[in-house]
Design a protein around this ligand. Structure first.
Ligand SMILES: *Cc1c(COP(=O)(O)O)cnc(C)c1O
Length: 370
């Protein structure tokens, strides 16, 4: 075999192939582990979604509807948007990929923050584009520095709002000022994977920008069924954008990118807002309780507008991560993100949160951190 690998592909660091939970448990000799590492929904999928999916399994020999008509229609109603303003993806990750595919040529520039969601940069690398990476400032997107980095090669700006891993938010006013300072040639992508957890009055009115695009750059909002809706395994997300941009993204989209279970499951989930509301309430309560308990143990919890938050453990986070793993509690060390003393945890159920606090107390004592 003698293949010629393009440089931009050879340079990509593959997404760390996380082990299945079962393998991890075998390796560490643990059982009943709990995973608070990936910001998933602790309360599971909506039962209505599960039922709807079960109902279509005998139809799997057919291709799904390539336009995801009913799901798009229901989403449009829920968002009070038009169907033509919505593009569905195999997870919102795929919509990120559509945007990069459609708008970034080799040599073009895309601006992201660091730390931030890692997938933006990956897709840009695949495309041979240049990533311009701006450090967060006090855990917030540094909009001033991002604005200064914009030039005639800039195609896209990705802002996860709230930011992952910090859970911080861009204020409405600073976003508006930022937008109005930019040339109209760029597209500003607001990744709103966690917007469901954000207080209503703090959310950016994306639709207003999409509907009144005169004099400002285009805004695209990304949403997902993976977090508040509890359907991460189903892979359904979507973007909300001006219909002209949606039309362009449809050109690079595979016709059957949303599979049949995905279409009916997501549709049932937005009709089951009870489960959604329970998730939001449980998350709020859990976050409050966890923050208090973490503080009691001498750590510093950071405020967050999401279902996860950062904790300053006042010691090496990776050692703590390992120690927690031995107790069957999986969290995320933030060392690779540039916060060597921080872990990130996802809010779990009451039982999971209690177990986390117990394990944390034990590990902090064992490691002599507090
Ligand atoms: C979890 C997450 C997503 C969701 O991606 P999907 O492909 O929809 O599962 C997107 N953006 C951020 C910042 C996330 O944390």
């Amino acid at each position: 075999m003698k293949i010629d690998i393009p440089n931009n592909i050879a340079e990509i660091i593959p997404y760390p192939p996380g082990k299945p939970l079962e393998e991890l448990e075998r390796e560490y000799g643990i059982t009943d582990s709990i995973k608070l590492a990936s910001n998933e929904n602790a309360w599971g999928p909506s039962p209505a979604a599960v039922e709807a999916i079960s109902g279509v399994l005998t139809g799997l020999h057919r291709y799904p509807d390539g336009s995801s008509h009913y799901l798009t229609e229901a989403l449009a109603r829920w968002l009070e948007a038009d169907m033509e303003e919505i593009v569905l993806g195999n997870g919102s990750n795929e919509v990120i990929e559509f945007l990069v595919k459609a708008f970034v040529r080799a040599g073009d520039e895309v601006i992201t923050s660091h730390p931030s969601f890692l997938m933006y940069q990956k897709f840009v690398q695949v495309r041979g584009g240049n990533n311009i990476v701006i450090p967060l400032r006090e855990m917030h997107h540094d909009l001033a520095a991002i604005g200064r980095a914009v030039n005639e090669k800039t195609r896209l700006i990705f802002l996860d709002n709230p930011n992952n891993p910090c859970g911080t938010l861009i204020s409405r006013q600073s976003f508006d000022d930022f937008l109005r300072s930019l040339p109209e040639s760029v597209i500003v992508v607001l990744d709103e994977a966690y917007v469901d957890f954000v207080d209503q009055e703090k959310r950016i009115d994306v639709k207003a920008y999409i509907r009144n695009p005169e004099g400002i750059p285009a805004v695209v909002a990304l949403r997902t069924f993976s977090k508040a809706f509890g359907l991460a395994g189903l892979r359904v997300g979507f973007g909300l954008m001006h219909r002209e941009i949606a039309g362009i993204l449809h050109r690079v989209r595979q016709p059957f990118n949303i599979n049949l279970p995905g279409q009916v499951g997501a549709l049932a989930a937005i009709r089951d807002l009870d489960h959604y509301q329970r998730t939001l309430e449980g998350t709020r309560e859990g976050r409050r309780w966890l923050s208090r308990e973490v503080e009691r143990l001498g750590c510093v919890p950071y405020p967050s507008h999401t279902n996860f938050f950062l904790i300053d453990v006042r010691g090496d986070a990776t050692a703590l991560y390992e120690a927690m793993l031995h107790k069957g509690v999986i969290v995320r060390s933030m060392k690779a993100y540039g916060y060597p003393d921080f872990i990130r945890i996802t809010v779990g159920t009451e039982a999971e949160n209690t177990r986390f606090i117990g394990a944390l107390a034990g590990c902090l004592a064992d490691l002599g951190y507090t």
